[in-house]
Write a new protein. Structure first.
Length: 76
């Protein structure tokens, strides 16, 4: 992994519990641009933090999360 090409993305989500995480984890685990991910459900924003390549298409990721039934938006 080239550190210079790695970015951290922080997203606000509507994920509420472990069942929801399990539902999206298959997609996150197979996404070719994502190296690692984790949720912070203790945060009121239900944060999803991703470590990914700069080539990640964030709009596609957000759209896929919506198709899976969850709101998702980048925190800047």
């Amino acid at each position: 992994m080239d550190i210079k090409k790695t970015i951290i993305i922080v997203l606000r989500t509507s994920i509420k519990n472990e069942k929801d995480i399990k539902k999206v984890s298959e997609y996150l685990n197979i996404h070719e641009a994502i190296f690692s991910w984790n949720f912070d459900l203790e945060d009121r924003e239900n944060i999803l933090k991703l470590k990914a390549t700069k080539e990640i298409q964030l709009e596609d990721l957000i759209e896929r999360m919506k198709l899976l039934g969850y709101d998702c938006e980048e925190l800047l």
